[in-house]
Design a protein around this ligand. Structure first.
Ligand code: ATP
Length: 243
């Protein structure tokens, strides 16, 4: 693929649940190396959008390409480009971090020969060195989220998709997670969702605002300095500003 081709292309994406339209004709692109945030109030359609991108839900209308691969026509090729952290990751509590990441690596086709080096790299990147042999059920939520992020890195996906990566974390863990996302951004393109305004404005290069299933605006650079005002004037009502 050419260096200029967007990593993500979303064209007129709609998704309904029965009669209810959760996403309406949403279009955006994400270029290589960008950290982009999907910001919206609860129910705005963020999770639905991320689930369509990761192939967990089919679009009702519109098209999505990941590195040029159509997620409907060529789902396997598209999915191989993504590491996905769901809002509530199903990590296996009875396994150690090492056992869990080995299991995920096998699912993603990482060879045994490659695994040890990848495990070292990923656990050091995510700050899990000391927790490698801990049972996941004994880890704090912040560390479990790190395990969730570590699993996204198994198999070298160029695109990371994180659904509400800071939800449930305490202020210290939020700061740590923000640093981790910025570090990962050195080698990945990242799309994350959040309903916390400060989180996206501090972590992301560009912010896409979803409101009632529609994309209502995109902001970047200096525009992120007064995101709160911009957000409220677009969506009205209260917003969780965050810590
Ligand atoms: P939150 O942060 O609260 O999860 P969100 O922006 O991620 O919000 P979605 O989870 O995508 O929003 O939900 C968008 C809308 O679609 C909401 O009104 C939600 O109630 C509805 N919805 C989501 N999943 C389903 C489903 N499986 N069946 C019916 N409606 C659904």
């Amino acid at each position: 693929m050419s260096a200029k081709q967007p990593v993500v292309q979303v064209e007129g994406l709609s998704r309904s649940y029965g009669d209810f339209q959760a996403l309406r004709r949403v279009s955006f692109e994400i270029n290589r190396g960008e950290v982009v945030g999907l910001l919206g109030r609860n129910g705005a359609g963020k999770t639905t959008c991320l689930k369509v991108l990761t192939g967990l839900l089919l679009p009702t209308e519109g098209r999505v390409f990941l590195e040029g691969n159509d997620i409907v026509a060529d789902p396997m090729a598209a999915r191989s480009r993504i590491g996905y952290l769901p809002e509530n990751p199903a990590v296996y509590a009875e396994l150690t971090v090492l056992q869990y990441l080995r299991f995920i690596a096998r699912l993603r086709g990482v060879s045994e020969a490659e695994f040890d080096a990848l495990f070292e790299k990923v656990t050091s990147k995510t700050g899990l060195e000391k927790a490698r042999h801990s049972l996941i059920k004994h880890l704090s939520l912040g560390y479990r989220k790190r395990v969730g992020i570590a699993q996204t890195l198994m198999g070298h996906p160029p695109l990371l998709i994180f659904d509400e990566p800071v939800s449930g974390l305490d202020p210290h863990q939020i700061v740590e997670m923000r640093k981790l996302v910025r570090e990962l951004a050195q080698d990945h393109t990242i799309l994350l969702s959040s309903h916390i305004l400060t989180e996206v404005s501090r972590t992301c290069d560009r912010v896409i605002i979803l409101h009632r299933g529609e994309k209502v605006a995109e902001f970047q650079g200096d525009e992120l300095n007064n995101l709160e005002e911009r957000f409220l004037s677009l969506t009205g009502g209260e917003m969780e500003v965050g810590r």
